[in-house]
Every structure is written in structure tokens, then in C-alpha cells.
Design a protein around this ligand. Structure first.
Ligand SMILES: [Zn+2]
Length: 449
């Protein structure tokens, strides 16, 4: 028996809440107590859902959602609540200079790097009660479950509540060394600048560099989150194994024609920029859907000049956005769209030009962590599916410094950033158990060994 398994079993024998959350332990009342395997350990579902309900009271609005934007009074109150829960879970809690709340649990082997898990509790204005909260409350619940069962991991465990995720992953970016001093002057949804906000929640911008962490200290980061899309809910699947966070590429497309009289200019003599735009928009949809895969593309904004009922539009500007995990594929589709724009331009005697306005490449999760999450789901008898994340997450920033893994649970009807956001209690509990079992698996055999 490997030494680490032996020590894990010894610690199980010493645990305080013997058998309470080990499946099957109560089924053999007259047998001598035997250490159940850690694979039978489960979180307390009622408690993690209760934590979510209690958290939802901080910043609650009249629609039943929350206004708990980062650096607000409600955020401060929610953070105090989370800190209290962390302490109850036996974690030593501190706030780093970026305002991230970090709860640490020592491991048995001081030479090991930390297993990190967490999410965020700040919301968008008029947000819901699950985005970020599920992963945050579940990571604390996992720590509490280990604490109460007396399980000592080999690795230190760090539970992190990241600051200001919804305002641009401020805390996570500081931890990965990607927060610039210009960023600090940006005004957040709270009305405070990031600089003021970080101070307000107990951080210290003069020591921001100390918030930076690296793979020298952290072995991996795991984040449980609601899907925020309809796939798991509509397909009846319990767990999403996130393959990565899609990249976003945006262009400003300008189409030049000629503004002329809408009554006197014959149809065959027009240089109608809006007509070209219409053809182009249709082509965007066709090219995106023709390629295999799950890429998405959108023309979300358009402006025609001069914008009068009796003038042929002489100039149009529109945005083109594409998202996918595969950047080469997006490049390929963009190439075909540019070619199409030449043909359309020629047909209508108009001219297209493209300016790149935003380029945020995809961040992939670690395949070894995907595999552990998948195995944990199987162990728990839960259906799972590999999928991309269409929304950004703290894991995206952390992926610049450590391998990351993400677990999704279903969002009812795919609704998010709304008071209607909802995930069932059993889905929350399932997600927390997958997080627990993935952490136990990584502690038993770390990735890369
Ligand atoms: Zn979130």
C-alpha cells in the first residue's frame, strides 16, 4: 500500500464525523468499523444549497435576483458571509492585495504545491443567484466536508473567492500577473475605480505584485460553474466537462457606397451600402453554420449613413464577432467572409474594409484535468459531456499560470445574468461532489506523475 493511501486511511479512522457522509457505512450496523474508501465521501447537499440561499440575501433585489456588483456594500457583506463560512470549514482565511479571499488548509506533505478551487460571488447589475456563487459555496463545502471527515490531504488546499470577476476578472488577473496599472483607473459598476474598489474590500494596490502566484506554488485550479447556456439542461446531462473558454474575435466592417436620391436614382445605378451589408450578414450566418463544429458568429451592431428614408445609404458600419475554441477555424471562416465581401462589393459597386477591434484567443483547459472530472462524474454515476464555455471565467485568467479544469452544471433554460437564473439543488450537489472527487483524485495522483 503506498504511504499516502495508508496515511489517508489512518486519517479516516480518526475522523470525527465517522460514516455520516460515507455511503453504505450505516448499512452494516454490527460490523466492526472499517474505513470506507474516500471515493464514498460526499458533500452535504442540503448545506451547500442552504449556503447559496443565505448568500442570495446579500444585495437581493425586488425581482428576486441580486445586485451585488464588486466593491459595493452588498459585495462587502457577501464577502464577510463567505469568510465566516470558510472559517467554519476550518480554513485559515486571508485577503490578498487584490482583494481575493483565500482560505487555506494545510496538507500532510509540506513539499507539495496547492490544489486550488474557487469562483466569485460578485454579480452583474441585476444578476442571478447562481453565477459564481455555486462554485464558491461548493469549494467551501468541499473543504468543510474534508474537515469534518478528518481527511488530511497530502497537498495544501486553497479555496479562493476571486474579486470583481464580472468587471473583467480583476482578482484573477492580478493573481496571474496580468493586471496593469492603467486598469486600476477604470471605473467599475460600483462607481468606484478598481483602485478605490480594491482598497474598499481590504486589498492594497501598493502591494498588488504580491498577489501574483505561480505554478511553483499551485499545482492546478478547478472551478465549478453554472453553464449559463442551454445545452446541459436541454439534453438532460448532469455535468459539463469544459474543454476551454472560447476565444472572441471582433472586427469593425465598413462598407462604402454612394448616398444618392432614393427617388431619382434607378435601381441599376445604385451603390447601396446597406444592401451589401444585408447580403454580407446573410453570408456570415451561412459560412458559420456550414463549417463543422460549435463556432458562433454574430453581427450585433449596425449603423447606416445618412440614415434617412429618402436617401440610399452611402456608408454602413457593422460589427462582426466570432467565437470558438479553435482559432485556426475562425481564421479560415474569416478568410472566406473576406472573399465573399469582395464578390458582394463588386456586385453592388461598394467597397468593404475590415478593422480588427478585439482579439482574445481561446484558453484551453488541461486535458488531464478534463479526464479526472470525467472519471469523477462516472464514479458518481452522473452523465457528462465535453463542451466549450461561451462565457469568460476566472479560470481563463488562471490558465496563464497553472493547468485549469472546469465543471459545468445545468442552467434551467440556459438563462443567466438574470433573476431567472436557476440550477436545481441536486445539480448543485452533483457539481460539488464532482469537485470533491476530482480534488481527491488529484491529491492521490497529481497530474504529471
Ligand atoms: Zn461567473
Amino acid at each position: 500500500m503506498p504511504a499516502q493511501e495508508y496515511s489517508a486511511i489512518l486519517s479516516i479512522m480518526n475522523r470525527r464525523a465517522f460514516g455520516a457522509r460515507f455511503l453504505g457505512a450505516a448499512l452494516v450496523p454490527f460490523a466492526l468499523p472499517q474505513a470506507p474508501p474516500l471515493s464514498d465521501l460526499r458533500v452535504e447537499g442540503r448545506r451547500v444549497n442552504d449556503s447559496l440561499r443565505r448568500l442570495s440575501t446579500f444585495g437581493r433585489n425586488s425581482q428576486g435576483g441580486v445586485d451585488r456588483v464588486a466593491y459595493s456594500e452588498a459585495d462587502l457583506a457577501g464577502r464577510a458571509f463567505a469568510t465566516g463560512l470558510m472559517k467554519e470549514a476550518g480554513l485559515s482565511v486571508s485577503t490578498d492585495p487584490a482583494g481575493n479571499i483565500i482560505g487555506k488548509r494545510a496538507g500532510s506533505d509540506p513539499s507539495r504545491r496547492s490544489l486550488m478551487a474557487g469562483s466569485h460571488i460578485d454579480s452583474v447589475p441585476q444578476g442571478g443567484n447562481f453565477d459564481g456563487d455555486v462554485g464558491s459555496m461548493s469549494a467551501i463545502e468541499v473543504a468543510r466536508t474534508l474537515h469534518e471527515a478528518g481527511v488530511v490531504l497530502q497537498h495544501p488546499l486553497e479555496v479562493v473567492i476571486f474579486a470583481n470577476e464580472e468587471g473583467g476578472q480583476t482578482g484573477a488577473r492580478a493573481m496571474s500577473g496580468r493586471l496593469s496599472s492603467e486598469d486600476l483607473d477604470r471605473v467599475s459598476s460600483s462607481g468606484k475605480t478598481l483602485r478605490e474598489g480594491i482598497g474598499f474590500i481590504g486589498g492594497d494596490v501598493t502591494r498588488l505584485a504580491e498577489a501574483r502566484r505561480s505554478s511553483d506554488e499551485i499545482t492546478s485550479y478547478l472551478e465549478l460553474h453554472i453553464e449559463q447556456g442551454p445545452v446541459l439542461d436541454s439534453e438532460g446531462i448532469s455535468i459539463g466537462v469544459v474543454e476551454g473558454i472560447v476565444g472572441i474575435h471582433r472586427w469593425m466592417v465598413t462598407i462604402e457606397g454612394f448616398a444618392n436620391h432614393a427617388g431619382t436614382t434607378p435601381m441599376n445605378a445604385r451603390r447601396d451600402a446597406l444592401l451589401s451589408a444585408a447580403w454580407f450578414i446573410k453570408r456570415v450566418n451561412e459560412e458559420i453554420t456550414a463549417a463543422p463544429g460549435r463556432q458562433v458568429g454574430t453581427v450585433g451592431w449596425i449603423e447606416a449613413e445618412p440614415g434617412a428614408p429618402n436617401v440610399i445609404p452611402g456608408k454602413v458600419r457593422l460589427t462582426l464577432e466570432m467565437r470558438d475554441l479553435d482559432w485556426d477555424k475562425i481564421d479560415g471562416i474569416f478568410g472566406r467572409l473576406k472573399q465573399a465581401s469582395d464578390e458582394i462589393g463588386e456586385s453592388n459597386d461598394t467597397k468593404f474594409s475590415f478593422e480588427e477591434i478585439y482579439d482574445n484567443p481561446p484558453r484551453l483547459t488541461d486535458p488531464r484535468l478534463q479526464q479526472r472530472i470525467e472519471s469523477a462524474s462516472q464514479l458518481l454515476g452522473l452523465s457528462s459531456k465535453a463542451m466549450p464555455s461561451g462565457a469568460g471565467h476566472d479560470a481563463q485568467s488562471l490558465s496563464h499560470i497553472v493547468p485549469v479544469g472546469m465543471i459545468f452544471v445545468p442552467s434551467r433554460d440556459g438563462i443567466s445574468h438574470s433573476a431567472e437564473e436557476f440550477t436545481t439543488e441536486s445539480d448543485v450537489t452533483n457539481g460539488a461532489n464532482v469537485l470533491l472527487q476530482t480534488i481527491l483524485s488529484l491529491d492521490r495522483s497529481p497530474i504529471g506523475t
